[in-house]
Design a protein around this ligand. Sequence first.
Ligand code: PGA
Length: 261
Amino acid sequence: MVARKPLIAGNWKMNFDHMRAIAFVQKISWILKDAKFPVTDVDVAFFPPFTDIRSVQTLIDSDGLAFAFGGQDLSPHDEGAHTGDISALFLKKLGCTYVIVGHSERRQDHHENDEIVAAKVLAALKHGLVPVICVGETAEDLEKFGPSAVPVTQLTAALRAIPADAEIVVAYEPVWAIGSGKAASPAQAQDVCAALRGVIGREMSTDAAASTRVLYGGSVKSGNIASFVREKDIDGALVGGASLDAEEFAKIVQFPRHVIA
Ligand code: PGA
């Protein structure tokens, strides 16, 4: 059995300018230090807006903080005439470890389909970034097809051309649970995350299925994180709203103190 290190990822979306970003990351590090919580058993990653990344990088490097960071999106292209886009090359150069791909807000606001998501996954991997691949069903999908059909289809498409040994993270984010305050039940999230692990096994390898971290996202808070990570196929969380509150996010990061194995 491969031990998967939990990942708590804060997706800031379009919040915080670069000055607030610095103050926020600093505050989280102080809270965790005061609480004597060693950031060794949990990976913690921030996903700031592009304009904040350089500032976050500089702070993390200069203070030697044990946090990773990444972009919220990337271009499928390396460089060239793509106004407004940011490539994996540039993110890598800024020290990013991760990049979110296929978040439902990108799928909705920017009409990103499975083909674009698959191309972005390959672009991230090509430049050594770990894609955090988001999948999830809408409320309508849930009613029509149940919870796992759409996420399974989306992940299968995203992994279509992926090398068997690629490092990826998968995030199951039911669209109806995002920002709604109405999280999925841990049992439902577990069922879908297990199905997604099955897709990783089929499209990549059994080793990849065993070692890949599958996260849950959608109205995660300090009050419900323990119930999710207790499930056997859930390896952490992608946190939106609650990642903008330093005290709350720091509590989520410290979930191992509240989960009895
Ligand atoms: P939420 O967002 O935690 O605010 O529901 C999660 C996400 O969109 O990643």
